[in-house]
Design a protein around this ligand. Structure first.
Ligand SMILES: [Zn+2]
Length: 231
């Protein structure tokens, strides 16, 4: 039985001395052509190495199964800002690129690759979007803060330090805008009351009468965070 091979990428190299095949579980198979070698010679070389490639690729699949997981995500919905992105995978790319609503993800179409490539992009998105969001809620309510941090927190959506630093989990981008509003309001109210006592609750309720149902939405485990992003 012929084994499926990934599409073979061709690359010319001025430094290569001879035709070479590079196999990488994450990047796929690459054929490197030295100067002066024709495409026909390259193709003949590939044909002659077909059996070897299939055997070698099969060994790689068994050795590094995490590079071949299926069900890689095809899109990403950031409910907070009402934007959906299509994910396209490029085996030989080097860095994640955004073109409008398309994210070009370098590496194989697997969940683990998607997570490790897209998480830093999401944190960067959060750093662009959330500090302004906190500033807007601060203006509306008159609640002041010092600064905003956006991080990859394991266990919570947000926190507020005694010095007025608000930390937000980038995963809040997967929640609806109203829930994000509430989380930010909640943390800003902690600049006045560092607890969840009656005065704190009264302050939150003054700006958001529906806060209890929003709080429940927020504490529902995953909160729209896709499983492949994880916690
Ligand atoms: Zn709190």
């Amino acid at each position: 039985m012929r084994q499926a091979l990934p599409k073979i990428q061709w690359r010319r190299s001025r430094r290569a001395r001879r035709l070479k095949l590079a196999l990488c579980p994450w990047r796929g198979i690459e054929l490197v052509l030295p100067p002066g070698v024709s495409e026909a010679q390259g193709q003949a070389f590939l044909d002659s190495r077909r059996d070897w490639m299939e055997a070698a690729w099969g060994r790689i699949r068994r050795k590094v199964p995490e590079a071949f997981q299926e069900n890689a995500p095809e899109s990403l919905l950031l409910a907070a800002i009402g934007r959906r992105y299509d994910l396209q995978y490029r085996p030989l790319g080097d860095r994640l690129e955004q073109r409008g609503n398309v994210l070009l993800v370098p590496g194989p179409a697997t969940q683990s690759n998607a997570r490790c490539r897209i998480k830093p992009w999401l944190i960067a998105q959060g750093r662009e979007i959330l500090p302004q969001w906190v500033a807007r809620v601060g203006e509306r309510t008159g609640l002041a803060h010092q600064r905003v941090q956006v991080r990859d927190q394991r266990t919570r959506w947000g926190s507020c330090s005694a010095r007025g630093t608000i930390s937000l989990n980038f995963r809040i981008l997967f929640h609806e805008a109203r829930v994000v509003d509430y989380l930010i309001l909640h943390e800003l109210c902690h600049t006045r009351h560092m607890n969840h006592g009656p005065q704190f609750r009264a302050l939150v309720a003054r700006f958001e009468p529906q806060w209890q149902s929003l709080d429940r939405q927020l504490s529902q485990a995953a909160g729209g965070v896709p499983g492949w992003i994880g916690w």
